[in-house]
Design a protein around this ligand. Structure first.
Ligand code: MRU
Length: 371
């Protein structure tokens, strides 16, 4: 997508040194736009855990590039296979909920092990090819989500005779959370391109404020009308007829259509149901965990540092500072995600089309997983 008039992806190979990987450091947004460079797998693993980069698709791509850097190191070790397996475990342990991470790392691992008998430089080249393939696939899947999802927005716009379509979104499921385009934002960007009048309600998304800091920044960069609201405001706006549809992303989706997404998503789905407002989840199929039937029972939910609740970050005297907002330090529990049961989801917008949130419809679009 575009930043200050220039096209960026969220992760790429350093053009000046092919053996390093670069990202947009999301901890600094929207206050400053900084690029960070990683030279080894440990640096990437730390950055994923510490949320220099975040979002299901991007974590997956970062896992893939991390494995590429792991190969560069492993060819210098006596036990190549052990070194690679250790790196895969290191990366997979960084963030448990988004399935894209283990999906991408396992794809890389399998390919790297198949190539284990090749010479050192060939192993490196093959790993780079695979990492780029995974990143490109993520970007293309999101672009296709836009192609399919625009029909839903178009339909509402037509019903409203071209009046503004108000869409509510939670967290950041924009291009910053993927390699490009985003999932929930892809239909929004496509609708904007087509000239449909849209306005986005952006949930601030406590505690890390991905909505207030990242989604609003993205929309601003693309010139899309939006308003940041508190996480608790959505229900009221829906009751007042000020929301036409909800589109959110997903960090892991069961094959039956239950959706794990940023904490607070479930409450939006409940409010949408109560007010008869369509609630869509946009996701590339890399986000579907084909082994899982019951999201609530089987998806492990990341618990993050309670400091994210007791403190808040912002700009003071031109500096990024963190301040305490609770009586004591380290209060609070910090579940990062919740589960929205399939029965509350109107539909899933995927790279292959839109389907109902149930096993039969999902397998119709993705028959190769129906075994
Ligand atoms: O904890 P984060 O910021 O990595 O959260 C993941 C997300 O970006 C959201 O849950 C998002 O809505 C899912 S789509 C990538």
């Amino acid at each position: 997508m575009i930043v200050n008039g220039k096209h960026f992806r969220t992760i790429w190979i350093n053009p000046k040194n092919k053996k390093s990987v670069q990202i947009i450091d999301q901890r600094k947004l929207p206050f400053s736009f900084e690029i960070e460079t990683f030279r080894n797998v440990k640096e990437i693993a730390f950055a994923i855990k510490d949320m220099h980069l975040r979002g299901a698709g991007l974590i997956g791509a970062a896992g893939a590039y991390g494995m590429y850097l792991a190969v560069i190191e492993a060819i210098k070790q006596t036990d190549f296979v052990k070194s690679i397996q250790d790196s895969a475990n290191l990366l997979k342990a960084t963030r448990p909920t988004a399935v894209n991470l283990s999906w991408a790392v396992d794809l890389m691992l399998n390919k790297i092990l198949v190539d284990a008998n090749k010479n050192g430089e060939d192993k490196v080249e093959q790993a780079l090819f695979m990492a780029e393939f995974i990143a490109n696939q993520d970007a293309e899947a999101c672009r296709m989500i836009g192609e399919h999802g625009i029909s839903l927005i178009r339909e509402i716009s037509q019903k409203k005779n071209g009046e503004t379509v108000n869409i509510l979104t939670h967290c950041n499921a924009g291009w910053l959370a993927f390699v490009d385009f985003g999932s929930a934002t892809a239909p929004i960007y496509a609708a904007f391109e087509e000239g449909i009048d849209i306005h986005i309600w952006v949930d601030e998304t406590r505690p890390r404020n991905q909505g207030a800091r990242l989604t609003s920044w993205e929309l601003e960069q693309q010139g899309i009308k939006h308003t940041v609201i508190t996480d608790n405001a959505g229900g009221y706006l829906m009751q007042k007829g000020m929301v036409d549809m909800v589109i959110v992303g997903s960090d892991r989706t069961s094959k039956t259509g239950d959706v794990a997404n940023k904490i607070g998503t479930y409450l939006k789905a409940l409010a949408a149901k109560d007010n008869d407002i369509p609630f869509y989840v946009a996701l590339p199929s890399s986000t579907i965990d084909w082994k899982i039937e019951n999201g609530l029972k089987e998806i492990s939910i990341e618990e993050r540092n309670p400091r994210e609740i007791s403190h808040i970050e912002g700009i003071y005297n031109d500096e990024l500072v963190e301040i305490l907002i609770t009586p004591e330090k380290n209060v609070g529990s910090n579940y990062g995600f919740d589960i929205t049961p399939a029965r509350l989801v109107t539909g899933l917008i995927t790279e292959r089309g839109i389907c109902k949130a149930n096993q039969e419809s999902i397998f119709k679009l993705f028959p190769e997983y129906d075994r």
